[in-house]
Design a protein around this ligand. Structure first.
Ligand code: ZN
Length: 308
């Protein structure tokens, strides 16, 4: 069983692959060399997955080998097809989600490797779930956002359906790479997963990260991708969603204005809009939501730690 924390192993493992392929091409006899690599079937590979994964977080999987055509992943029924390695790393890379408050103690990850030539190899791993402790946060907002007037129920329903359709996009090319850029330079003011109590009424946990930002401040895309939603929502206010590929999307809420159109391609750091206080807010800030295979997860562990 090969389990790594992904952070520090990529740099070390990849040179090994290059060295192996060089040796293989020189030796022409794979038998003895394969013993030096990790293998479950006939071929050597490297596989990086974390020792455990927190609920409400995404974890990275990296698979590397020579002669891979495609990789299919299944994490407890959530599936992802990867047709090409990351141009940046040369690895087949995925981000996979652990739902906030999942009751599961461990997740079953199945990787199906399609080798060039048609053979398939199935690898299974167990990823233990580590329960995170999320804080309680009490807030006071305009009463209409705690008990919305009946006439906006249909608007809220449409907003949710539109958001759901956008954030469940799984497009085949990978535009993201970790760590992601920070959308604004400000500090994080409200953590993902906070148990929120609005005007004394317990509501759903905070499914995003709030950043300190002044009204009108530029908001940058955390990575390259395609804008799949530009819309005004009752709760989220002016909202932009960017698809970074392979089921990874970011959403920017409460904007005072937009700087992109739906369908537009953006580069990492491009300005998608301007911070504001539209929707259900206590004041101007940026709310960043992060979705992986349709699941809302904490963006913070995936972001650069330094300020832009
Ligand atoms: Zn927020």
């Amino acid at each position: 069983m090969l389990m790594y924390t992904p952070k520090n192993n990529v740099a070390r493992r990849f040179p090994l692959l290059v060295l192996l392929s060089l040796l293989l091409s020189v030796a022409g006899e794979a038998g003895t060399l394969q013993a030096a690599a990790y293998r479950e079937g006939r071929r050597p590979f490297t596989l990086d997955i974390p020792k455990n994964a927190g609920d409400g977080e995404a974890f990275a999987v990296r698979f590397g080998a020579e002669g891979v055509k495609a990789l299919d992943l299944d994490l407890d029924g959530k599936t992802l097809h990867i047709g090409a390695p990351s141009p940046a790393s040369g690895f087949f890379e995925a981000l996979l989600p652990v739902p906030l408050d999942t009751k599961k103690k461990r997740l079953r990850l199945t990787l199906t490797v399609q080798w060039n030539g048609g053979e398939k190899e199935v690898l299974t791993r167990v990823v233990p779930v580590k329960k995170r402790a999320y804080p309680v946060q009490k807030l006071t907002v305009d009463g209409k956002f705690v008990s919305p007037p009946p006439e906006v129920a249909e608007k809220i329903r449409r907003d949710r359906a539109e958001m759901r359709a956008a954030v469940t996009t799984i497009s085949p090319a990978q535009y993201w790479r970790l760590p992601l850029a920070r959308p604004v330079p400000g500090e994080v003011t409200s953590l993902f997963g906070s148990r929120r109590v609005f005007n004394g009424v317990p509501k759903n946990p905070h499914k995003g990260v709030d950043f300190d930002a002044v009204a009108g401040e530029p908001v940058a895309a955390v990575d390259a991708g395609e804008v799949v939603l530009v819309s005004e929502h009752y709760y989220g206010g002016n909202t932009v969603v960017v698809d970074h590929g392979l089921g990874v999307l970011s959403a920017y809420l409460h904007l005072s204005g937009f700087n992109v159109r739906k369908g537009q391609r953006v580069a990492r750091g491009d300005i998608v809009g301007f911070a504001g206080d539209t929707g259900r807010v206590t004041g101007p800030h940026l709310h960043l939501s992060f979705y992986v295979l349709g699941e809302s997860v904490n963006a913070e562990p995936c972001l650069e730690t330094g300020r832009r």
